[in-house]
Ligand binder design. Structure first.
Ligand SMILES: Cc1cc2nc3c(=O)[nH]c(=O)nc-3n(C[C@H](O)[C@H](O)[C@H](O)COP(=O)(O)OP(=O)(O)OC[C@H]3O[C@@H](n4cnc5c(N)ncnc54)[C@H](O)[C@@H]3O)c2cc1C
Length: 391
């Protein structure tokens, strides 16, 4: 069994993966610091709600002793997924399991981050630390941050998401664009702003499919609707064109040109969105491997980003944290722990990435609506469900 012996652990990135790891390692008595680029804790955490799975995300929270905090903050109201065609005709309503065997309860990203932050010792997270570059220095790793601070660590774990800066220390291979770009938008006070769509949603998450396009949406606790308009395109559509569409007319024009043949009923979403964010989807190679390094490794999206069409990204990030923490506890030293963790992670993610890419093809197929409905109907007869970007 390994003893920590004043080893310094630097976790780069305070997302769900990094914070879960920090908590699990502090439980073991390790000296952990999280370096996060956000300016402070109040920086807004955006994005869809996340469903956590029993054998991964929930298992990590359980090991971290945080299940009570999770149940106090989860969203029991997110218990239905509605599938429609491009006109909004309802094709299938799917009840989600939020309790019992195979449960997949949902939680907003902000409350998940809060409960993990609250579980850490004071001063664990160093805010406003954006990693710029890193290098291996014999027995240690040197981390250089945009604020001018440089630190040294005995173990550096890259939890800095899809555009990880630490990844370059372990592999030159970058994630590749998968041929799908999402445009994320938020409609505040949605009941008044888009009443017809509010009624169509009816407290469900909704996914409209057709013609190699997807439109996913869901309500937030503050009464807004978060939506994702997904298009298949060879090269990522123009970030400037999307994010600089600063009037309702320009946003609706973007939608019409990219969602030809879709009903006009969706257009108020674009017209009333407070802003649009461009998100080209990327994936790491299914069969990726790298020679294990003695003092640096990656977890979560930094290690294996993939499209969100299996609802596994956050679950895998938290499971990575659990597996790495167990290896660090059980192996004789940090280098052996990294080797054992990466062997498990590579094998697990090879299957997961492969399946996720099949799902991505299905969601953007010309006959996606039929295929996805059939898939969800088949899951109705079992206990588990693939979740995707519907919120
Ligand atoms: C539209 C969409 C919908 C999704 N839906 C789901 C879903 O339903 N279920 C699911 O399981 N997954 C979903 N995912 C995937 C999920 O969001 C990610 O897999 C998950 O957030 C990965 O967690 P992480 O901690 O590895 O990285 P992240 O959540 O990306 O966190 C990275 C952290 O590192 C910080 N950071 C980044 N760069 C630096 C730097 N240079 N220096 C310091 N800090 C840095 C960031 O500010 C952030 O706090 C979705 C993804 C998208 C894009």
């Amino acid at each position: 069994m390994h003893t920590w012996n004043r080893k310094k652990i630097a976790i780069v990135g305070g997302g769900p993966g990094g914070l879960t790891l920090a908590r699990l390692l502090q439980q073991q008595g390790a000296d952990v610091t999280v370096y996060e680029r956000d300016r402070n804790r109040e920086a807004r955490v955006q994005g869809s709600a996340l469903d956590l799975h029993e054998t991964s995300g929930l298992a990590a929270l359980d090991a971290a002793g945080l299940m009570d905090q999770f149940w106090a903050k989860h969203r029991p109201d997110l218990n239905q997924l509605r599938l429609t065609d491009h006109n909004g005709t309802i094709l299938h309503d799917h009840a989600r399991s939020i309790s019992g065997a195979g449960k997949r309860p949902e939680i907003e990203r902000g409350p998940l981050r809060d409960l993990l932050l609250d579980s850490l010792a004071d001063g664990t997270v160093h805010w406003d630390h954006k990693l710029e570059s890193a290098s291996s220095l014999g027995e240690q790793v040197e981390l250089r941050f945009a604020n001018g601070i440089t630190v040294h660590a005995d173990l550096a774990v890259g939890c800095d998401g899809a555009n990880s800066r630490l990844r370059a220390l372990v592999t030159p291979v970058r994630p590749r664009y998968v041929g799908v770009t999402l445009v994320e938008g938020l409609v505040p006070e949605a009941k008044e702003a888009v009443p017809e769509l509010w009624t169509l949603l009816d407290d469900a998450a909704l996914m409209a499919l057709g013609g190699e396009r997807t439109l996913g949406m869901g309500t937030k606790p503050d009464g807004s609707i978060l939506f994702y308009a997904g298009i298949r395109s060879e090269a990522p559509d123009s970030k400037q064109q999307i994010e600089q569409a600063d009037t309702a007319e320009k946003r609706v024009a973007w939608f019409r040109s990219h969602f030809a043949g879709w009903s006009t009923r969706w257009e108020p979403l674009l017209a009333k969105a407070s802003s649009l964010i461009w998100r080209p989807l990327t994936v790491c190679p299914t069969d990726q491997r790298w020679p294990s390094q003695p003092h640096v490794t990656l977890i979560g999206d930094a290690a294996h980003v993939m499209p969100p069409y299996a609802g596994e990204g956050v679950n895998m990030a938290m499971l990575d944290a659990l597996v790495l923490s167990q290896c660090l506890r059980n192996e004789q030293d940090i280098a052996h722990a990294i080797g054992a963790y990466e062997a498990e992670m590579f094998a697990r993610m090879q299957h997961m990435t492969h399946d996720t890419m099949l799902n991505t093809e299905m969601f953007y197929a010309p006959d996606a609506a039929d295929r996805v409905v059939r898939l969800f109907q088949s899951f109705r007869r079992t206990t588990s469900t693939p979740e995707a970007v519907q919120h």
